[in-house]
Design a protein around this ligand. Structure first.
Ligand SMILES: NC(=O)c1ccc[n+]([C@@H]2O[C@H](COP(=O)([O-])OP(=O)(O)OC[C@H]3O[C@@H](n4cnc5c(N)ncnc54)[C@H](O)[C@@H]3O)[C@@H](O)[C@H]2O)c1
Length: 248
């Protein structure tokens, strides 16, 4: 059994990948979870070439049985799960006014960004309870703590992630599971660099208080703190890491 085990969804790219690499650099064995096998292979190779331990599990977080298999696979491989970062997500038809976004987009974004987190938690929590506790960080967004024009489904899903985080914190804290959310601002990942939001984000960068996008590792650093020994009384929080864009 590995001494510490982390479970990371969205580990095939961006924030999830950077956070998985940070967990590995801190001696966690890391279960890498994503719908993209190519992305998972790249992340696994980067961790292993740096001397770390990782194994990947292809999984669609919007499918409950797929998540169940990934969690079971991670426990079979590493024996337990101490920390989890649920980061898999999409922005869907972001960039369109809400009434112009399709019904299909609404269900897809809610299914991955919100229901996907529920699926992960409903399978991770029993594993952590059996192990005496753990730490879960759910990836919300600055769009989960204030309105975000042109991101209707996404903003609704991320507000839901914050609500689910706070509610489960009330339910499971006494049993040793700390549950928090991290709310990134605009971060330099494929989601913002290649997706439908690129133009909008490029035009907003210079108006942000720090005048730049954040790096995925700057979100990973917050996740390390939330899962680590210096945050043992931090619970049920939505920690905004956004270079102050929500301070305006
Ligand atoms: N980049 C930003 O500015 C930003 C800001 C706020 C919040 N976030 C959130 O951070 C998280 C990571 O985003 P990112 O910027 O790294 O984007 P990204 O596109 O680089 O990575 C997202 C990952 O999620 C995976 N994924 C998508 N759908 C999936 C599914 N159904 N099942 C499993 N995996 C799936 C993708 O394959 C990809 O590897 C997301 O939840 C996103 O909403 C990002």
């Amino acid at each position: 059994m590995a001494s510490k085990v982390a479970f990371v969804t969205g580990a095939g790219s961006g924030i999830g990948r950077a956070t998985a690499q940070l967990f590995a650099s801190r001696d966690y064995a890391v279960a890498l979870v994503d719908v993209s096998e190519k992305g998972l292979q790249e992340t696994e190779a980067s961790i292993q070439s740096a001397g770390g331990t990782a194994a990947y599990f292809v999984c669609d977080v919007s499918d409950d049985m797929s998540v169940a298999a990934a969690v079971t696979g991670a426990v079979a491989r590493f024996g337990k799960i101490d920390a989890a970062f649920n980061a898999a997500g999409i922005d869907g038809e972001a960039g369109k006014l809400t009434a112009e976004q399709s019904l299909e987009n609404w269900h897809r974004v809610i299914g991955i960004d919100l229901t996907g987190i529920f699926h992960c938690m409903r399978h991770l929590i029993p594993v952590m309870l059996a192990n005496g506790g753990g730490a879960i960080v759910n990836c919300a967004s600055s769009a989960g703590v204030r309105g975000a024009a042109y991101c209707g489904a996404y903003s609704a899903a991320k507000h839901g992630v914050v609500g689910l985080t706070k509610t489960t914190a009330l339910e499971y804290g006494a049993q040793g599971i700390r549950i928090n959310a991290v709310c990134p601002g605009m971060i330099k990942t494929p989601m913002t660099q290649t997706g439908p939001m690129k133009e909008l984000i490029d035009s907003m960068v210079l108006t942000t208080p720090l005048g730049r996008l954040g790096e995925p590792e700057e979100i990973g650093a917050a996740v390390m703190w939330l899962c680590g020994p210096d945050a043992t009384f931090v619970h049920g929080q939505a920690i905004v890491v956004d270079g102050a864009i929500t301070s305006r």
